[in-house]
Design a binder for this molecule. Structure first.
Ligand SMILES: Cc1cc2nc3c(=O)[nH]c(=O)nc-3n(C[C@H](O)[C@H](O)[C@H](O)COP(=O)(O)O)c2cc1C
Length: 222
């Protein structure tokens, strides 16, 4: 049975890359979050949910900084330890922020975004109607070269677990801040690899759309 028959989501028609909106600086310094802000953990857990209706409004830089730090930021500077676990701390997952002005890689150590490609690739990160309209798509990429010391049968499992932890960190941050998010496994790996300009040993395995809650974007165009 083809994958599409297993999914109930309505596909959007095929899209082409969009013209980037605004300047794309080579790097973007991100503010660190106020560690005392946000809802308590159990409150955030009680609010966690998938959303598929987003506002098109850009996310403030402070929100972007806090969200990426929550995903996989350095929370123990003495050791370089991060908010998400990683088997043997090999940190094989690279997190990409696909923004209206460019594709950026999140550099945890310096807490900044590093420009990969000055294009608006949001609409290439998936098939659903909100993709390309919501302000941020995260893409989780396994750098398989970092897994070579790990037994073959554990590589996929461990990297999937690591991505799951990061995506849940983002989901809880969103719940805590009243933002919407949806984890998306329905992605076109080849298209994403091209649009993110990935190497042969880099594999995108999951996307996650984030934005303020909004009305259904497809109905806005009607
Ligand atoms: C690995 C994974 C892949 C998913 N892929 C998609 C997807 O491609 N598109 C989508 O709209 N939702 C996707 N979801 C979200 C699920 O459909 C959603 O979590 C589920 O319906 C339960 O709803 P809830 O998150 O609100 O509890 C995915 C969730 C996971 C964990």
């Amino acid at each position: 049975m083809p994958d599409t028959q297993l999914l109930t989501y309505e596909p959007a028609p095929g899209r082409v890359p969009a013209r980037p909106r605004g300047e794309a600086p080579a790097s973007i310094e991100l503010p660190l979050p106020d560690m005392s802000s946000g809802a308590p953990l159990l409150k955030a857990l009680s609010l966690r949910a998938t959303t598929r209706e987003f506002s098109t409004a850009d996310l403030p830089l402070a929100t972007l900084g806090a969200l990426l730090w929550a995903a996989d930021g350095v929370n123990r500077p003495a050791t370089g330890g991060r908010t998400a676990p990683s088997a043997n701390a090999v940190n094989e997952i690279d997190l990409y922020a696909v923004l209206p002005n460019g594709v950026y890689r999140y550099d945890s150590a310096s807490h900044r975004l590093v420009l990969k490609h000055a294009t608006d690739a949001r609409n290439l990160t998936g098939y659903q109607d909100f993709v390309g309209e919501a302000p941020l798509d995260l893409v989780y990429v396994v750098n398989t070269a970092r897994l070579l010391q790990m037994p073959v049968q554990q590589r996929d499992i461990f990297s999937s677990v690591a991505v799951g932890a990061m995506a849940q960190n983002v989901a809880l941050y969103c719940a805590s801040e009243g933002l919407g998010n949806v984890v998306r496994g329905w992605i076109n790996h080849r298209l994403l690899s091209d649009s993110l300009r990935l190497n042969e040993d880099e594999l995108p395995i999951l996307a996650q759309t984030v934005g303020a809650l909004g009305t259904k974007l497809s109905s806005l165009a009607d």
